[in-house]
Design a binder for this molecule. Structure first.
Ligand code: HEM
Length: 500
């Protein structure tokens, strides 16, 4: 009797499962993609080290130029490589953030990056003013100061063989973020700063692992895994530190309100968040502020430092392009060591093109993931509701239809007339639409200041060509081989060139 009931119950569950998925399976099977195995689908593709997974995925992606369906166990993922299709999906009202973002929740809470619906809309409205350009201008002093420290720290490397510049860049960006987001400087945090940065990177790696080790996706399995234990350990440290800073900052903020001393100049992101109120006087809770602060620390760190790393590697290879950057720097900044002003930034147009071209070829966020809540019609295909759609930023930005000779590093791709002639979704390193990166201006300014400060002092060389870059796509696109460069003092290069 029990056996019969079990069989019937199993039959009902299987029927229910098949019935609810039949639409998704049918539409998914009409989209081209590699053949998978029963139960695991194309899961084996995701087996191994991140750089191997990335290489395998890139091999698959080169075979399907417009879109490809990949099954990770029972879950359908559709990768899009076409700017038109990306626009249709990203502008659709029937699209939410993909479910995979929820794996970041224990760490980042209900922050902008993860939340949806009214929570997202309210928080975005309260947070956006902090990223206004007038606010960002005030951060230029911090950008300059930390870039100068970076330039000094690199002095000992001058004349040496190639070294990995990434740790130096990471220290610089984490210190800038700690100061501009939380208002704490290196002295306050002591040796905790590099550790904080390491914990953030570890948490990002663990969350990413849970995405592609698909068997860890169900909470019931994840709860007992080693990854969960490790995650809890780092979350405790990062949350603890952030909570402590919020408490102190809030106390200071409230006492300044009492003394009527809250002036605009004093603002770091955390202060803007403490101050933010909607028209009914409702502000962000401490939990909201913690979530947003941790998100900025995560979203801003590796993205900016790897962009600087890729730019330096490329300029190290293409000396003629470096010459043009240096020429512009000399013209705009002269021979002085003065800090870079907002006006200077506006005049460093070629440097901006170099940054954009770097972001095109090596976008730090190589894809963003969406979940359609209803079917979305592309011209020949239908994207079924409830799958995960990957907008493949890196693939889209290397599309030869949009960028002739797409693998060539060519900052002239960003001359105004070239930009005008292209599809608006052909260059989307900061995503697009309502979920576009709030930190794009901040990031561009910071990257430009760091690059300008380095290139004002040093000539950069790099021997490893692009085909030798060992790319790995975790949460952020990385080079497993680091960013090896060698440096020569600019004064030495001037005398060398005048001798020759
Ligand atoms: C080169 C540097 C950066 C790049 C390429 C970049 C790229 C992106 C991308 C592609 C997204 C969309 C993510 C998604 O939908 O999954 C995003 C979102 C976000 N980024 Fe950035 N980012 C950068 C720097 C920063 C910085 C410096 C900050 C803050 C200080 C920041 C804060 C955020 C936040 C809060 C979101 C969520 C926005 C929302 O959903 O409304 N980012 N970023």
């Amino acid at each position: 009797m029990v056996a019969a009931l079990l069989i019937i119950w199993s039959g009902v569950v299987i029927f229910w499962y098949w019935y609810h998925r039949r639409h998704l399976v049918k539409l998914g099977s009409l989209i081209p993609g590699p053949v998978g195995y029963p139960l695991i689908g194309n899961g084996l593709t995701f087996w191994g080290k991140p750089e191997e997974v990335f290489r395998r995925l890139r091999e698959i992606f080169t075979m399907y130029t417009r879109l490809v369906a990949i099954w990770l166990g029972p879950k359908l993922h559709i990768a899009l490589f076409d700017a038109n299709d990306a626009e249709v999906v990203m502008r659709s009202k029937a699209v939410e953030k993909a479910e995979e973002y929820k794996y970041l929740k224990p760490w980042l809470g209900e922050s902008l990056l993860i939340s949806t619906g009214s929570k997202f809309r309210l928080n975005k409205k309260l947070i956006m003013p902090s990223f206004h350009v007038n606010n960002l201008k005030r951060f230029l002093d911090v950008f300059n100061d930390h870039s100068l420290v970076l330039v000094e720290s690199l002095r000992e490397k001058v004349g040496e063989a190639e070294f990995d510049i990434q740790p130096h860049l990471s220290t610089c960006t984490i210190n800038v973020l700690l100061e501009t987001v939380m208002g704490i400087n290196k002295e306050t945090l002591g040796d905790q700063a590099p550790k904080y940065s390491q914990y953030v990177q570890k948490l990002a790696r663990l969350a990413h692992m849970r995405v592609y080790k698909f068997w860890l996706r169900p909470d019931i399995i994840f709860r007992f895994s080693k990854i969960k234990k490790e995650q809890d350990k780092y979350i405790k440290i990062v949350h603890g530190l952030t909570e402590k800073v919020i408490k102190e900052r809030k106390k200071r903020y409230e006492s300044r309100i009492q003394d009527d001393q809250v002036d605009e100049k004093w603002t770091v992101f955390m202060d803007s968040l403490l101050r933010a109120k909607d028209e009914n006087g409702v502000g962000l809770t401490d939990e909201d502020i913690k979530a947003e602060v941790m998100t900025m620390m995560f979203a801003g760190q590796d993205t900016t430092s790897t962009t600087v790393g890729f730019s330096l590697s490329l300029l190290g290879i293409y000396q003629d392009i470096q010459d043009k950057v240096v020429e512009e720097l000399d013209k705009v900044l002269g021979n002085s060591n003065k800090p870079i002003t907002f006006e200077d930034m506006q005049n460093l147009q070629y440097l901006e093109q170099v940054v954009q071209e770097t972001l095109r070829l090596y976008p730090p966020v190589p894809l963003v993931a969406k979940k359609p809540v209803a079917d979305i019609q592309l011209d020949n295909y239908t994207i079924p509701a409830n799958c995960t759609v990957g907008i493949m930023i890196m693939g889209i930005q290397r599309d030869p239809k949009q960028f002739p000779n797409p693998m060539r590093f060519n900052p002239d791709n960003f001359l105004p007339e070239k930009i005008k002639a292209r599809h608006p979704y052909s260059f989307i390193p900061f995503s697009a639409g309502t979920r576009m990166c709030v930190g794009s201006k901040y990031a561009t300014m910071l990257i430009k200041v760091i690059l300008a400060m380095i290139l004002r002092s040093y000539r950069v060389h790099a021997t490893r060509r692009e085909r030798e870059f060992k790319l790995a796509g975790q949460m952020v696109l990385k080079r497993c081989d680091g960013f090896p460069v060698s440096l020569q003092l600019k004064s030495d290069t001037t005398s060398t060139s005048s001798i020759s």
